[in-house]
Design a protein around this ligand. Structure first.
Ligand code: G4P
Length: 527
Protein backbone atom coordinates (compact mmCIF):
# COMPACT_ATOMS: atom_id res chain seq x y z
CA UNK A 1 0.00 0.00 0.00
CA UNK A 2 1.31 3.44 -0.80
CA UNK A 3 2.23 5.77 2.04
CA UNK A 4 -0.56 8.07 0.91
CA UNK A 5 -3.24 5.39 1.27
CA UNK A 6 -1.75 4.22 4.52
CA UNK A 7 -1.93 7.71 5.97
CA UNK A 8 -5.57 8.12 5.06
CA UNK A 9 -6.45 4.62 6.23
CA UNK A 10 -4.96 5.29 9.65
CA UNK A 11 -7.26 8.21 10.36
CA UNK A 12 -10.36 8.10 12.52
CA UNK A 13 -12.38 11.27 12.84
CA UNK A 14 -15.29 11.11 15.22
CA UNK A 15 -17.52 13.17 17.48
CA UNK A 16 -18.69 12.49 21.01
CA UNK A 17 -22.33 13.26 21.68
CA UNK A 18 -24.00 13.31 25.05
CA UNK A 19 -26.31 15.08 27.42
CA UNK A 20 -24.48 17.58 29.67
CA UNK A 21 -22.82 15.96 32.67
CA UNK A 22 -22.70 12.47 31.22
CA UNK A 23 -18.90 12.73 31.31
CA UNK A 24 -17.90 13.83 27.82
CA UNK A 25 -15.11 16.12 28.99
CA UNK A 26 -13.80 13.42 31.27
CA UNK A 27 -13.86 10.76 28.55
CA UNK A 28 -12.20 13.10 26.05
CA UNK A 29 -9.41 13.81 28.45
CA UNK A 30 -8.79 10.15 29.19
CA UNK A 31 -8.63 9.42 25.47
CA UNK A 32 -6.14 12.23 24.95
CA UNK A 33 -4.18 10.87 27.85
CA UNK A 34 -3.84 7.50 26.11
CA UNK A 35 -2.40 9.26 23.14
CA UNK A 36 0.04 11.06 25.38
CA UNK A 37 -1.50 14.31 24.20
CA UNK A 38 -1.91 15.56 27.73
CA UNK A 39 0.31 14.75 30.61
CA UNK A 40 -2.19 14.98 33.40
CA UNK A 41 -5.67 13.73 32.69
CA UNK A 42 -8.50 14.70 34.97
CA UNK A 43 -8.59 18.48 34.90
CA UNK A 44 -12.32 18.33 34.44
CA UNK A 45 -14.20 21.56 34.44
CA UNK A 46 -16.90 22.11 37.01
CA UNK A 47 -18.16 24.29 39.75
CA UNK A 48 -15.80 22.85 42.28
CA UNK A 49 -12.73 22.86 40.13
CA UNK A 50 -10.68 25.88 39.34
CA UNK A 51 -8.92 24.22 36.46
CA UNK A 52 -10.75 23.94 33.22
CA UNK A 53 -10.84 21.18 30.70
CA UNK A 54 -8.45 21.46 27.81
CA UNK A 55 -11.31 21.90 25.41
CA UNK A 56 -12.80 24.91 27.14
CA UNK A 57 -12.11 28.00 25.17
CA UNK A 58 -14.34 30.84 25.86
CA UNK A 59 -14.84 32.85 28.95
CA UNK A 60 -18.56 32.31 28.91
CA UNK A 61 -17.98 28.60 28.92
CA UNK A 62 -15.87 28.92 32.01
CA UNK A 63 -18.44 31.08 33.75
CA UNK A 64 -21.27 28.74 33.07
CA UNK A 65 -19.36 25.50 33.11
CA UNK A 66 -20.82 24.45 29.79
CA UNK A 67 -19.20 23.77 26.51
CA UNK A 68 -20.61 26.27 24.03
CA UNK A 69 -18.47 25.80 20.98
CA UNK A 70 -17.24 22.66 19.36
CA UNK A 71 -13.55 22.11 19.50
CA UNK A 72 -11.23 19.75 17.73
CA UNK A 73 -8.50 17.68 19.26
CA UNK A 74 -6.13 15.21 17.75
CA UNK A 75 -3.91 12.52 19.11
CA UNK A 76 -1.96 9.47 18.04
CA UNK A 77 -2.50 6.00 19.38
CA UNK A 78 -0.62 2.98 18.05
CA UNK A 79 -0.70 3.46 14.27
CA UNK A 80 -3.67 5.75 14.24
CA UNK A 81 -4.24 9.44 14.01
CA UNK A 82 -7.45 10.17 15.87
CA UNK A 83 -9.37 13.40 15.51
CA UNK A 84 -12.03 14.09 18.12
CA UNK A 85 -14.65 16.67 17.40
CA UNK A 86 -16.18 17.98 20.57
CA UNK A 87 -19.78 19.06 20.27
CA UNK A 88 -21.71 21.39 22.54
CA UNK A 89 -23.90 19.42 24.88
CA UNK A 90 -26.37 22.21 25.38
CA UNK A 91 -29.40 21.91 23.15
CA UNK A 92 -29.36 25.59 22.32
CA UNK A 93 -26.33 24.93 20.17
CA UNK A 94 -27.66 22.00 18.19
CA UNK A 95 -27.11 23.74 14.86
CA UNK A 96 -23.42 24.05 15.56
CA UNK A 97 -23.43 20.41 16.53
CA UNK A 98 -25.11 19.40 13.32
CA UNK A 99 -22.45 21.16 11.29
CA UNK A 100 -19.70 19.59 13.33
CA UNK A 101 -21.18 16.17 12.74
CA UNK A 102 -20.91 16.69 8.98
CA UNK A 103 -17.16 16.58 9.53
CA UNK A 104 -17.25 13.31 11.51
CA UNK A 105 -17.11 9.80 10.08
CA UNK A 106 -18.58 8.22 13.19
CA UNK A 107 -19.97 9.22 16.56
CA UNK A 108 -19.69 7.99 20.09
CA UNK A 109 -22.76 8.38 22.23
CA UNK A 110 -22.02 8.73 25.88
CA UNK A 111 -24.71 7.69 28.36
CA UNK A 112 -24.78 8.09 32.13
CA UNK A 113 -25.69 4.64 33.47
CA UNK A 114 -27.90 6.13 36.14
CA UNK A 115 -29.79 8.43 33.78
CA UNK A 116 -30.04 6.53 30.54
CA UNK A 117 -31.08 8.24 27.32
CA UNK A 118 -31.63 11.92 28.13
CA UNK A 119 -33.28 14.70 26.15
CA UNK A 120 -30.13 15.97 24.49
CA UNK A 121 -28.84 12.49 23.73
CA UNK A 122 -32.04 11.98 21.80
CA UNK A 123 -31.71 15.18 19.78
CA UNK A 124 -28.08 14.61 18.92
CA UNK A 125 -28.69 11.00 18.09
CA UNK A 126 -31.32 12.08 15.59
CA UNK A 127 -28.80 14.29 13.87
CA UNK A 128 -26.31 11.42 13.67
CA UNK A 129 -28.84 9.00 12.31
CA UNK A 130 -29.79 11.53 9.62
CA UNK A 131 -26.24 11.12 8.38
CA UNK A 132 -26.28 7.32 8.67
CA UNK A 133 -22.86 7.18 10.32
CA UNK A 134 -21.78 4.39 12.69
CA UNK A 135 -22.61 5.11 16.31
CA UNK A 136 -20.70 3.65 19.23
CA UNK A 137 -22.07 3.76 22.76
CA UNK A 138 -20.15 4.17 25.99
CA UNK A 139 -22.22 3.66 29.13
CA UNK A 140 -20.46 5.64 31.81
CA UNK A 141 -20.20 5.90 35.59
CA UNK A 142 -20.31 2.20 36.40
CA UNK A 143 -18.42 3.00 39.59
CA UNK A 144 -21.76 4.28 40.86
CA UNK A 145 -25.01 2.40 41.13
CA UNK A 146 -26.80 2.83 37.82
CA UNK A 147 -29.71 1.26 36.02
CA UNK A 148 -29.93 -2.32 34.83
CA UNK A 149 -27.90 -2.68 31.57
CA UNK A 150 -30.73 -4.55 29.85
CA UNK A 151 -33.11 -1.76 30.72
CA UNK A 152 -30.67 0.77 29.25
CA UNK A 153 -30.41 -1.17 26.01
CA UNK A 154 -34.17 -1.45 25.81
CA UNK A 155 -34.46 2.28 26.34
CA UNK A 156 -32.02 2.91 23.51
CA UNK A 157 -34.14 0.79 21.25
CA UNK A 158 -37.43 2.38 22.30
CA UNK A 159 -36.31 6.00 22.36
CA UNK A 160 -33.68 6.03 19.64
CA UNK A 161 -34.73 3.12 17.47
CA UNK A 162 -31.28 1.55 17.44
CA UNK A 163 -30.43 -2.05 18.32
CA UNK A 164 -27.37 -2.67 20.38
CA UNK A 165 -24.63 -5.23 20.71
CA UNK A 166 -22.68 -5.13 23.99
CA UNK A 167 -19.00 -5.59 23.21
CA UNK A 168 -18.36 -5.99 26.89
CA UNK A 169 -20.61 -6.59 29.88
CA UNK A 170 -20.34 -5.27 33.42
CA UNK A 171 -20.04 -7.53 36.44
CA UNK A 172 -21.83 -5.73 39.24
CA UNK A 173 -21.99 -1.99 39.61
CA UNK A 174 -21.30 0.82 42.09
CA UNK A 175 -19.91 -0.54 45.38
CA UNK A 176 -20.02 -4.04 43.90
CA UNK A 177 -18.40 -3.26 40.59
CA UNK A 178 -16.02 -6.09 39.70
CA UNK A 179 -15.19 -5.10 36.17
CA UNK A 180 -16.10 -5.94 32.58
CA UNK A 181 -16.03 -9.06 30.46
CA UNK A 182 -14.96 -8.59 26.85
CA UNK A 183 -17.12 -10.86 24.73
CA UNK A 184 -14.68 -10.87 21.82
CA UNK A 185 -11.32 -11.30 23.45
CA UNK A 186 -12.78 -13.31 26.35
CA UNK A 187 -10.91 -11.19 28.81
CA UNK A 188 -11.94 -10.01 32.19
CA UNK A 189 -10.82 -6.56 33.18
CA UNK A 190 -10.93 -6.27 36.93
CA UNK A 191 -11.84 -3.02 38.57
CA UNK A 192 -9.95 -2.02 41.66
CA UNK A 193 -11.88 0.68 43.52
CA UNK A 194 -8.84 1.70 45.54
CA UNK A 195 -6.66 2.13 42.51
CA UNK A 196 -9.04 2.31 39.56
CA UNK A 197 -6.53 3.14 36.86
CA UNK A 198 -4.64 -0.04 37.67
CA UNK A 199 -6.53 -2.56 35.56
CA UNK A 200 -5.83 -6.25 35.95
CA UNK A 201 -6.60 -8.15 32.77
CA UNK A 202 -7.19 -11.90 32.81
CA UNK A 203 -7.85 -14.10 29.81
CA UNK A 204 -10.47 -16.75 30.53
CA UNK A 205 -11.85 -19.66 28.55
CA UNK A 206 -15.35 -18.21 28.73
CA UNK A 207 -17.95 -17.21 31.26
CA UNK A 208 -17.82 -20.71 32.77
CA UNK A 209 -14.11 -20.53 33.55
CA UNK A 210 -13.64 -21.64 37.21
CA UNK A 211 -11.10 -18.89 37.72
CA UNK A 212 -14.02 -16.50 37.86
CA UNK A 213 -15.33 -18.29 40.96
CA UNK A 214 -12.16 -17.30 42.74
CA UNK A 215 -12.37 -13.68 41.74
CA UNK A 216 -16.01 -12.71 41.96
CA UNK A 217 -18.69 -12.76 44.61
CA UNK A 218 -20.84 -15.91 44.01
CA UNK A 219 -24.20 -14.14 43.83
CA UNK A 220 -22.91 -11.55 41.37
CA UNK A 221 -21.17 -14.20 39.32
CA UNK A 222 -24.36 -16.19 39.04
CA UNK A 223 -26.22 -13.13 37.92
CA UNK A 224 -23.48 -12.30 35.40
CA UNK A 225 -23.57 -15.81 33.95
CA UNK A 226 -27.33 -15.68 33.58
CA UNK A 227 -27.13 -12.31 31.88
CA UNK A 228 -24.49 -13.51 29.44
CA UNK A 229 -26.61 -16.52 28.58
CA UNK A 230 -29.58 -14.30 27.98
CA UNK A 231 -27.50 -12.03 25.77
CA UNK A 232 -26.16 -14.93 23.72
CA UNK A 233 -29.59 -16.43 23.23
CA UNK A 234 -31.86 -13.44 22.93
CA UNK A 235 -29.52 -10.55 22.14
CA UNK A 236 -28.68 -9.22 18.70
CA UNK A 237 -26.03 -10.97 16.64
CA UNK A 238 -22.75 -9.20 16.00
CA UNK A 239 -23.03 -7.72 12.51
CA UNK A 240 -20.35 -5.41 11.14
CA UNK A 241 -22.45 -4.33 8.19
CA UNK A 242 -25.20 -3.16 10.50
CA UNK A 243 -22.65 -1.37 12.66
CA UNK A 244 -21.25 0.41 9.61
CA UNK A 245 -24.65 1.62 8.50
CA UNK A 246 -25.61 2.84 11.97
CA UNK A 247 -28.36 0.26 12.54
CA UNK A 248 -26.57 -1.52 15.36
CA UNK A 249 -24.51 0.20 18.03
CA UNK A 250 -21.61 -1.57 19.73
CA UNK A 251 -21.95 -0.89 23.45
CA UNK A 252 -19.15 -0.52 25.99
CA UNK A 253 -19.39 -0.15 29.74
CA UNK A 254 -16.93 1.70 31.93
CA UNK A 255 -16.09 4.53 34.21
CA UNK A 256 -14.42 7.44 32.50
CA UNK A 257 -13.36 9.13 35.68
CA UNK A 258 -11.54 6.01 36.85
CA UNK A 259 -10.12 5.53 33.38
CA UNK A 260 -11.72 2.11 33.42
CA UNK A 261 -13.01 0.54 30.22
CA UNK A 262 -11.74 3.50 28.21
CA UNK A 263 -8.84 1.64 26.64
CA UNK A 264 -11.05 -1.36 25.91
CA UNK A 265 -13.41 0.99 24.11
CA UNK A 266 -10.57 2.69 22.24
CA UNK A 267 -9.06 -0.55 20.96
CA UNK A 268 -12.37 -1.87 19.61
CA UNK A 269 -13.35 1.52 18.30
CA UNK A 270 -10.17 1.72 16.23
CA UNK A 271 -10.92 -1.69 14.74
CA UNK A 272 -14.50 -0.92 13.86
CA UNK A 273 -14.71 2.80 13.15
CA UNK A 274 -14.51 3.78 9.49
CA UNK A 275 -11.53 5.41 7.86
CA UNK A 276 -12.31 8.79 6.26
CA UNK A 277 -15.29 8.80 3.93
CA UNK A 278 -15.78 11.04 0.90
CA UNK A 279 -18.47 13.59 0.18
CA UNK A 280 -20.97 14.49 -2.50
CA UNK A 281 -20.19 17.46 -4.70
CA UNK A 282 -21.77 19.10 -7.71
CA UNK A 283 -19.24 17.19 -9.84
CA UNK A 284 -19.91 13.78 -8.35
CA UNK A 285 -18.69 11.94 -5.28
CA UNK A 286 -15.21 12.87 -4.10
CA UNK A 287 -13.25 9.94 -2.70
CA UNK A 288 -10.71 10.48 0.09
CA UNK A 289 -8.02 8.76 -1.96
CA UNK A 290 -8.42 11.25 -4.78
CA UNK A 291 -4.89 12.66 -4.99
CA UNK A 292 -6.08 16.25 -5.32
CA UNK A 293 -6.63 18.04 -2.07
CA UNK A 294 -10.17 19.21 -1.24
CA UNK A 295 -12.11 20.13 1.87
CA UNK A 296 -14.96 22.13 3.30
CA UNK A 297 -15.35 24.65 6.08
CA UNK A 298 -17.72 23.34 8.75
CA UNK A 299 -17.08 25.81 11.51
CA UNK A 300 -15.78 29.32 11.96
CA UNK A 301 -14.79 30.71 15.27
CA UNK A 302 -13.57 34.17 16.06
CA UNK A 303 -11.47 35.29 18.97
CA UNK A 304 -10.61 31.85 20.25
CA UNK A 305 -7.72 33.41 21.98
CA UNK A 306 -8.61 36.85 23.37
CA UNK A 307 -4.94 37.83 23.30
CA UNK A 308 -4.82 37.43 19.55
CA UNK A 309 -7.87 38.77 17.83
CA UNK A 310 -8.14 36.14 15.21
CA UNK A 311 -10.68 34.11 13.41
CA UNK A 312 -10.24 30.46 12.53
CA UNK A 313 -12.07 28.50 9.87
CA UNK A 314 -12.12 24.76 10.57
CA UNK A 315 -11.68 22.75 7.42
CA UNK A 316 -12.34 19.06 7.10
CA UNK A 317 -10.05 17.62 4.47
CA UNK A 318 -12.19 15.45 2.23
CA UNK A 319 -9.59 14.19 -0.22
CA UNK A 320 -5.90 14.16 -0.92
CA UNK A 321 -3.07 15.67 0.99
CA UNK A 322 -2.41 19.15 2.26
CA UNK A 323 1.11 20.50 2.18
CA UNK A 324 2.12 23.76 3.74
CA UNK A 325 1.86 26.76 1.49
CA UNK A 326 -0.18 25.06 -1.22
CA UNK A 327 -2.57 27.02 -3.44
CA UNK A 328 -6.20 26.01 -3.75
CA UNK A 329 -9.33 27.24 -5.47
CA UNK A 330 -11.96 28.89 -3.36
CA UNK A 331 -15.08 27.90 -5.28
CA UNK A 332 -17.54 30.50 -3.96
CA UNK A 333 -15.18 33.42 -4.36
CA UNK A 334 -13.80 32.07 -7.61
CA UNK A 335 -10.24 32.81 -6.68
CA UNK A 336 -7.04 31.05 -5.80
CA UNK A 337 -5.75 31.31 -2.26
CA UNK A 338 -2.60 30.17 -0.56
CA UNK A 339 -2.93 28.07 2.58
CA UNK A 340 0.01 29.49 4.39
CA UNK A 341 -0.15 28.61 8.05
CA UNK A 342 -2.88 26.16 8.97
CA UNK A 343 -2.83 24.82 12.47
CA UNK A 344 -3.82 21.61 14.15
CA UNK A 345 -5.31 21.53 17.56
CA UNK A 346 -4.93 20.41 21.02
CA UNK A 347 -7.35 22.96 22.35
CA UNK A 348 -5.29 26.07 22.95
CA UNK A 349 -2.02 24.50 21.95
CA UNK A 350 -1.79 25.01 18.26
CA UNK A 351 0.96 23.87 16.04
CA UNK A 352 1.61 24.65 12.44
CA UNK A 353 0.79 21.78 10.13
CA UNK A 354 3.31 20.77 7.54
CA UNK A 355 1.10 18.13 6.00
CA UNK A 356 -2.33 16.68 6.60
CA UNK A 357 -4.52 14.09 4.91
CA UNK A 358 -8.14 13.34 4.13
CA UNK A 359 -9.96 12.94 7.43
CA UNK A 360 -7.92 15.59 9.23
CA UNK A 361 -9.21 18.91 10.45
CA UNK A 362 -7.06 21.95 9.95
CA UNK A 363 -7.60 25.46 11.18
CA UNK A 364 -7.16 28.28 8.68
CA UNK A 365 -6.54 31.84 9.72
CA UNK A 366 -9.46 33.67 8.32
CA UNK A 367 -9.26 37.34 7.48
CA UNK A 368 -12.90 37.19 6.33
CA UNK A 369 -12.38 34.87 3.37
CA UNK A 370 -14.50 31.98 4.55
CA UNK A 371 -18.08 31.09 5.24
CA UNK A 372 -19.49 27.91 6.62
CA UNK A 373 -19.90 25.41 3.81
CA UNK A 374 -17.15 26.86 1.59
CA UNK A 375 -15.27 24.40 -0.59
CA UNK A 376 -11.54 24.52 -1.25
CA UNK A 377 -10.06 22.30 -3.94
CA UNK A 378 -6.75 21.85 -5.66
CA UNK A 379 -6.77 22.10 -9.46
CA UNK A 380 -10.51 21.87 -9.69
CA UNK A 381 -13.58 23.92 -9.12
CA UNK A 382 -16.42 22.03 -7.56
CA UNK A 383 -18.62 22.64 -4.56
CA UNK A 384 -19.54 20.21 -1.83
CA UNK A 385 -23.19 19.89 -0.84
CA UNK A 386 -24.35 23.04 0.91
CA UNK A 387 -24.71 23.06 4.66
CA UNK A 388 -28.22 23.82 5.78
CA UNK A 389 -29.38 26.49 8.16
CA UNK A 390 -32.10 25.32 10.48
CA UNK A 391 -35.24 27.28 11.12
CA UNK A 392 -34.54 29.51 14.11
CA UNK A 393 -37.06 29.20 16.92
CA UNK A 394 -36.44 32.49 18.69
CA UNK A 395 -36.29 35.93 17.18
CA UNK A 396 -35.37 39.41 18.34
CA UNK A 397 -35.03 42.85 16.80
CA UNK A 398 -31.48 43.97 17.38
CA UNK A 399 -29.84 47.38 17.41
CA UNK A 400 -26.78 48.99 18.90
CA UNK A 401 -27.28 51.29 21.90
CA UNK A 402 -24.59 53.79 21.08
CA UNK A 403 -24.71 54.93 17.45
CA UNK A 404 -20.99 55.69 17.62
CA UNK A 405 -20.39 51.95 17.91
CA UNK A 406 -22.35 51.19 14.80
CA UNK A 407 -19.35 50.13 12.76
CA UNK A 408 -17.98 47.63 15.22
CA UNK A 409 -21.51 46.36 15.88
CA UNK A 410 -21.96 45.66 12.16
CA UNK A 411 -18.58 43.96 12.05
CA UNK A 412 -19.45 41.77 15.02
CA UNK A 413 -22.84 40.85 13.60
CA UNK A 414 -21.28 39.97 10.31
CA UNK A 415 -18.65 37.78 11.91
CA UNK A 416 -21.09 36.01 14.19
CA UNK A 417 -23.37 35.33 11.23
CA UNK A 418 -20.49 33.89 9.23
CA UNK A 419 -19.58 31.73 12.19
CA UNK A 420 -23.13 30.43 12.08
CA UNK A 421 -23.71 31.46 15.70
CA UNK A 422 -26.79 33.43 14.70
CA UNK A 423 -28.91 33.97 11.63
CA UNK A 424 -29.42 37.50 10.52
CA UNK A 425 -32.43 38.78 8.62
CA UNK A 426 -33.60 42.18 7.43
CA UNK A 427 -37.24 43.12 7.37
CA UNK A 428 -38.67 43.14 3.88
CA UNK A 429 -40.59 46.16 2.63
CA UNK A 430 -40.67 47.87 5.95
CA UNK A 431 -39.33 51.27 6.80
CA UNK A 432 -37.29 51.90 8.67
CA UNK A 433 -35.64 48.61 7.95
CA UNK A 434 -34.98 46.50 10.99
CA UNK A 435 -32.41 43.82 11.67
CA UNK A 436 -33.78 40.60 13.08
CA UNK A 437 -31.64 37.97 14.66
CA UNK A 438 -32.82 34.37 14.80
CA UNK A 439 -31.42 31.59 16.96
CA UNK A 440 -32.22 27.96 17.58
CA UNK A 441 -31.78 28.20 21.35
CA UNK A 442 -32.28 31.23 23.62
CA UNK A 443 -28.89 30.84 25.25
CA UNK A 444 -27.46 31.98 21.92
CA UNK A 445 -28.92 35.44 22.60
CA UNK A 446 -26.88 35.64 25.78
CA UNK A 447 -23.76 34.54 23.98
CA UNK A 448 -24.46 37.13 21.30
CA UNK A 449 -24.87 39.92 23.81
CA UNK A 450 -21.77 38.85 25.73
CA UNK A 451 -19.58 38.51 22.68
CA UNK A 452 -20.66 41.78 21.08
CA UNK A 453 -19.91 43.58 24.31
CA UNK A 454 -16.60 41.91 25.08
CA UNK A 455 -15.18 41.33 21.65
CA UNK A 456 -16.61 44.32 19.78
CA UNK A 457 -17.33 46.76 22.60
CA UNK A 458 -20.87 47.17 21.34
CA UNK A 459 -23.74 47.21 23.77
CA UNK A 460 -26.94 46.05 22.14
CA UNK A 461 -30.66 46.33 22.55
CA UNK A 462 -32.56 43.09 21.99
CA UNK A 463 -36.29 43.17 21.72
CA UNK A 464 -37.85 39.74 21.60
CA UNK A 465 -40.32 39.18 18.77
CA UNK A 466 -43.30 36.83 18.91
CA UNK A 467 -42.23 34.61 16.01
CA UNK A 468 -41.22 31.01 16.53
CA UNK A 469 -41.00 29.71 12.97
CA UNK A 470 -39.15 30.79 9.84
CA UNK A 471 -39.83 29.31 6.41
CA UNK A 472 -37.83 29.90 3.26
CA UNK A 473 -40.41 30.44 0.53
CA UNK A 474 -40.09 29.50 -3.10
CA UNK A 475 -42.34 29.09 -6.10
CA UNK A 476 -43.23 30.47 -9.50
CA UNK A 477 -42.33 34.12 -9.80
CA UNK A 478 -45.91 35.45 -10.23
CA UNK A 479 -47.19 33.71 -7.14
CA UNK A 480 -44.12 34.61 -5.19
CA UNK A 481 -44.52 38.28 -6.14
CA UNK A 482 -48.13 38.23 -5.02
CA UNK A 483 -47.13 36.61 -1.78
CA UNK A 484 -44.43 39.20 -1.20
CA UNK A 485 -46.96 41.97 -1.72
CA UNK A 486 -49.63 40.57 0.56
CA UNK A 487 -47.95 38.65 3.31
CA UNK A 488 -46.95 40.36 6.54
CA UNK A 489 -43.77 39.67 8.49
CA UNK A 490 -41.44 38.84 5.66
CA UNK A 491 -37.69 39.09 5.86
CA UNK A 492 -34.65 38.55 3.70
CA UNK A 493 -31.79 36.28 4.73
CA UNK A 494 -28.23 37.34 4.01
CA UNK A 495 -28.41 35.83 0.54
CA UNK A 496 -31.57 37.85 -0.09
CA UNK A 497 -33.80 34.81 -0.03
CA UNK A 498 -37.31 35.51 1.11
CA UNK A 499 -38.27 34.16 4.51
CA UNK A 500 -41.71 34.20 6.14
CA UNK A 501 -41.91 34.51 9.92
CA UNK A 502 -44.80 33.03 11.87
CA UNK A 503 -45.90 33.13 15.50
CA UNK A 504 -47.03 29.51 15.52
CA UNK A 505 -47.87 26.43 13.46
CA UNK A 506 -51.50 27.40 13.15
CA UNK A 507 -50.63 30.71 11.51
CA UNK A 508 -48.15 28.99 9.23
CA UNK A 509 -50.63 26.33 8.14
CA UNK A 510 -53.25 28.98 7.33
CA UNK A 511 -50.74 30.70 5.09
CA UNK A 512 -49.73 27.44 3.44
CA UNK A 513 -53.40 26.73 2.69
CA UNK A 514 -53.78 30.18 1.21
CA UNK A 515 -50.80 29.72 -1.10
CA UNK A 516 -50.94 26.05 -2.11
CA UNK A 517 -48.56 26.54 -5.02
CA UNK A 518 -45.73 27.92 -2.97
CA UNK A 519 -43.20 25.78 -1.13
CA UNK A 520 -42.20 26.50 2.46
CA UNK A 521 -38.83 25.08 3.44
CA UNK A 522 -37.55 24.51 6.94
CA UNK A 523 -34.02 25.45 6.04
CA UNK A 524 -32.21 27.40 3.41
CA UNK A 525 -31.20 24.15 1.76
CA UNK A 526 -34.47 24.12 -0.18
CA UNK A 527 -34.63 20.44 -0.89
P1 G4P B 1 -19.79 16.72 30.39
O1 G4P B 1 -18.54 17.20 29.71
O2 G4P B 1 -20.49 15.64 29.65
O3 G4P B 1 -20.71 17.79 30.83
O4 G4P B 1 -19.36 15.98 31.74
P2 G4P B 1 -18.04 16.06 32.62
O5 G4P B 1 -16.94 15.26 32.01
O6 G4P B 1 -17.76 17.47 32.98
O7 G4P B 1 -18.54 15.24 33.89
C1 G4P B 1 -19.67 15.64 34.63
C2 G4P B 1 -19.53 15.16 36.06
O8 G4P B 1 -19.55 13.73 36.07
C3 G4P B 1 -18.22 15.57 36.71
O9 G4P B 1 -18.47 15.80 38.06
C4 G4P B 1 -17.37 14.35 36.53
O10 G4P B 1 -16.36 14.25 37.47
C5 G4P B 1 -18.38 13.24 36.69
N1 G4P B 1 -17.98 12.00 36.03
C6 G4P B 1 -17.49 11.82 34.76
N2 G4P B 1 -17.25 10.53 34.54
C7 G4P B 1 -17.57 9.86 35.66
C8 G4P B 1 -17.51 8.48 36.04
O11 G4P B 1 -17.11 7.60 35.32
N3 G4P B 1 -17.97 8.20 37.30
C9 G4P B 1 -18.41 9.15 38.17
N4 G4P B 1 -18.81 8.74 39.37
N5 G4P B 1 -18.47 10.45 37.84
C10 G4P B 1 -18.05 10.80 36.62
P3 G4P B 1 -18.04 17.15 38.80
O12 G4P B 1 -17.32 18.04 37.86
O13 G4P B 1 -17.39 16.78 40.05
O14 G4P B 1 -19.23 17.96 39.16
P4 G4P B 1 -20.71 17.63 39.46
O15 G4P B 1 -21.44 18.22 38.31
O16 G4P B 1 -20.86 16.15 39.59
O17 G4P B 1 -20.98 18.32 40.74
Amino acid sequence: MSQFRKEIGSRKTFAIISHPDAGKTTLTEKLLYFGGAIREAGTVKGKKNTKHATSDWMEIEKQRGISVTSSVMEFHYKDHQINILDTPGHEDFSEDTYRTLTAADSATMLIDAAKGVEAQTKKLFKVCSMRGIPIFTFINKLDRQGRDPFELMEEMENLLGIRSYPMNWPIGMGQDFYGIYDRHTKQIELYNGDNPSHVEVKRVSGTDDPILDELIDPALLEQFREEMELLDVAGDQYDEEKIKSGQLTPVFFGSAISNFGVQNFLEHFLNLAPAPVGRKSDKGFIEPEDKRFSGFVFKIQANMNPKHRDRIAFLRITSGKYTRGMSVNHARMEKTIKLAQPTQFLAQDRSIVEEAYAGDIIGLFDPGTFRIGDTLAENDNFQFAEMPHFSPEHFAAISVKDAMKHKSFEKGMNQLTEEGAIQLFHTYNRYPEQQIVGVVGVLQFEVLEHRLLHEYKAEIRLERLPFSIARWVDGKSEELELFKKRQKNLALDRDNRIVALFDNEFQMNMTKDKYPDLSFYENSYMK
